[in-house]
Design a protein around this ligand. Structure first.
Ligand SMILES: C[S@@+](CC[C@H](N)C(=O)[O-])C[C@H]1O[C@@H](n2cnc3c(N)ncnc32)[C@H](O)[C@@H]1O
Length: 241
């Protein structure tokens, strides 16, 4: 019960707020599914005792067809294969979190991901078989608590969300694609994603001078200072005027 309540807290709580776009499915003893739907949740408070009371209430209402035991908490019977089927039916992309998986940083997390985690014990051999086709992603070699993994995944998804809204900023301009590609490769070696765009400066035509076009090197705002420093260390003082 402690593990479940902590996972619920990590999945939904923000400071003085709830994540409304999260859905959490708890599978108990491979026969009971409790579903918490962020957009409808009420009465969820940071103390684990009251969360446990909500789960107890759900268990008391257990039935074959899904029942809403309290606002935003639904309960029904169902095993792991039926839970996985349901995720595919709603268009989610199931993934498994596992210490031995692919490093999560090098994986493009799909839209609407659904992460499978075990509780304080490993997935059983049967679970592993059912989930065998899912991509396995690792948050590092250390075995973390389930709730810690949930927090880390939220952090990564929040960053992705922020980045999708923040525009890339101009870091440097060079003449010629070969040099631009060289700088791009260097910055990427330092873990900085780069976008290159060809550009015709106002009033300067033709665009190509001796076969060289102006190329703009853009990076995320949070990488700007580091990218400029790397370019200055390896090539030249960056120019973005
Ligand atoms: C407490 S761990 C399971 C037991 C753990 N293997 C142990 O040795 O104590 C609970 C779950 O969290 C996830 N997990 C823990 N550490 C992880 C990591 N470093 N990377 C990815 N997932 C992890 C996995 O889904 C794991 O099954």
């Amino acid at each position: 019960m402690d593990v479940l309540c902590r996972a619920i807290g990590a999945a939904f709580f923000l400071s003085h707020d709830l994540r409304r776009d999260v859905e959490l499915l708890l599978l108990l003893q491979n026969r009971i599914q409790i579903r918490l739907l962020g957009e409808r949740l009420r009465h969820l408070n940071p103390d684990e005792r009251s969360t446990a009371a909500l789960l107890k209430r759900a268990l008391e209402r257990l039935a074959e067809d899904e029942v809403e035991s309290t606002p935003g908490i639904f309960v029904r019977t169902g095993d792991l294969p039926s839970l996985l089927d349901r995720l595919f039916q709603v268009g989610a992309h199931p993934l498994m979190l596992h210490e031995e998986g692919t490093p999560i940083e090098s994986f493009e997390i799909p839209i609407d991901p659904a992460f499978f985690l075990s509780d304080h014990v490993e997935f059983t051999a049967e679970d592993e078989g059912i989930l065998a086709d899912l991509p396995r992603l690792s948050l590092g070699k250390r075995a973390l608590h389930t709730s810690q993994c949930v927090t880390l995944v939220h952090y990564l998804l929040d960053r992705r969300e922020e980045e999708s809204h923040s525009d890339l900023v101009l870091c440097h301009k060079v003449w010629g694609e070969p040099k631009a590609l060289l700088i791009k490769g260097l910055l990427e070696d330092f873990g900085i994603p780069v976008n290159l765009t060809g550009h015709v400066p106002a009033g300067i035509l033709p665009m190509v001078v001796n076969g060289l076009a102006e190329v703009r090197i853009t990076v995320r705002e949070r990488d700007l200072e580091r990218a400029k420093q790397i370019i200055a260390d390896y090539f030249e003082q960056p120019t973005n005027d």
